[in-house]
Ligand binder design. Structure first.
Ligand code: COI
Length: 360
């Protein structure tokens, strides 16, 4: 039976004036709406106790398994306000399916796609005033699931919590669409063969943080992880996938190997490429090919992509041997075109020819 997310409205909503101030300059991930959706799973009763409740701290037993063994997964998607005031989601079915795949890998229960969707439509409907308008703002949605059973033995939890929170968002990178620099780490790996690289689980991000700090020390905004077996192949960045634009008109992204996150934006760009007169290619790309290509002009542009980052141009790569600028360091033509096309669909300015948008 499907879950019903009954709404229990807060008695203490954010005053409208303060909310408008936040929406005028939301930043990323700093402010949260008035409500959140919750549901509980137990091995005995399955999914139950679903509701939309006032946003606030979660009571958690100190022995909750997530705090010890990191049995946790999450998703990221956005709600967009169109010019006529309506609110739309971009490919939420893909996030629902990926959350189920992540759940399987982390031995968590699968949340049925219809319940995932209904938590989102009910929360966004309840907090509709929090969906910003104008520019590239949106309401970033963060569904997550974690082992809440108090138990210190190592085994899949018998009690799990699902929570969905929402956060008004502007650009992920503080500098907006300006090109970012990428540090190629030789010290750390993100994921190994048979590991959790393809799952969207907190552990992958936790293990990227030290490399991310190394990148920041080098003046870079993100880190590029080569594969862990050979340290040779481009996999992905700390929190986003990567694309190269070749002078042969190809849009190349590393093929999925099981240790790369199957990004929804990555997949959407593969589909949009042909419409833009480009050839989408998924294949292995070595770090050597990348650096040689940007040096001799065979690779004209490189960009990062993800729900939060959208399409972010890469201005230069750096490693222990030096710095490698991409093109003239400005935002490339193809990067701009892909970015514009994706945003136009998301904000309802271009025809939704793939049926990607869902109205709230
Ligand atoms: C997203 O793009 O939604 C992510 O989850 C990545 C994170 C860097 C914010």
């Amino acid at each position: 039976m499907s879950l019903i997310f009954d709404v229990h409205p807060t008695s203490d909503p954010m005053p409208a004036r303060r909310r408008e101030e936040i929406l005028a300059n939301p930043g990323f991930g700093q402010h949260f709406t008035d409500h959140m959706a919750v549901a509980t799973w137990t091995a005995a009763d399955g999914w139950h106790d679903s509701a939309v409740v006032p946003y606030g701290p979660i009571r958690l037993d100190p022995a909750a398994a997530v705090l010890h063994y990191a049995q946790e997964i999450f998703e990221g998607l956005k709600a967009y306000r169109h010019d006529d005031g309506s609110i739309w989601l971009f490919r939420p079915d893909q996030n629902a399916a990926r959350m189920q795949r992540s759940a399987r890998r982390l031995a968590l229960p699968e949340l049925p796609a219809e319940d995932f969707l209904s938590s989102i439509t009910t929360l966004v409907g309840t907090d509709a005033d929090w969906v910003p308008s104008g520019g590239e703002t949106s309401l970033y949605l963060r569904p997550f699931m974690f082992a809440s059973e108090p138990f210190l033995g190592v085994r899949p939890a018998q009690r799990v919590s699902y929570v969905l929170i929402a956060s008004p968002a502007g650009a992920y990178f503080a500098q907006g669409v300006k090109p970012v620099n990428i540090w190629i780490t030789e010290s750390y790996s993100r994921a190994g063969r048979g590991g959790t690289g393809a799952a969207k689980c907190g552990g992958n991000y936790a293990s990227s943080l030290l490399a991310q700090s190394e990148a920041a020390e080098q003046g870079c905004e993100q880190v590029l992880f080569p594969d862990s077996a050979e340290g040779k192949w481009v996999e992905e960045l700390g929190g986003m996938n990567v694309y190269l634009v070749t002078n042969a008109g190809e849009l190349v992204t590393p093929e999925l190997t099981g240790s790369i996150l199957e990004g929804v934006t990555r997949d959407s760009i593969l589909k949009l490429a042909t419409d833009e007169g480009l050839t989408p290619v998924e294949r292995k790309v070595s770090v050597e090919e990348l650096l040689r290509g940007i040096a001799d002009g065979a690779i004209r542009e490189v960009f990062a992509c993800g729900t939060a980052a959208v399409v972010t141009p890469i201005g230069a790569f750096k490693d222990i041997d030096g710095e490698y600028p991409v093109g003239d360091g400005a935002v490339g033509e193809v990067t701009q075109k892909v970015r514009r096309e994706l945003l136009d669909i998301q904000y309802g300015r271009a025809e939704d020819r793939y049926g990607w948008m869902t109205k709230i």
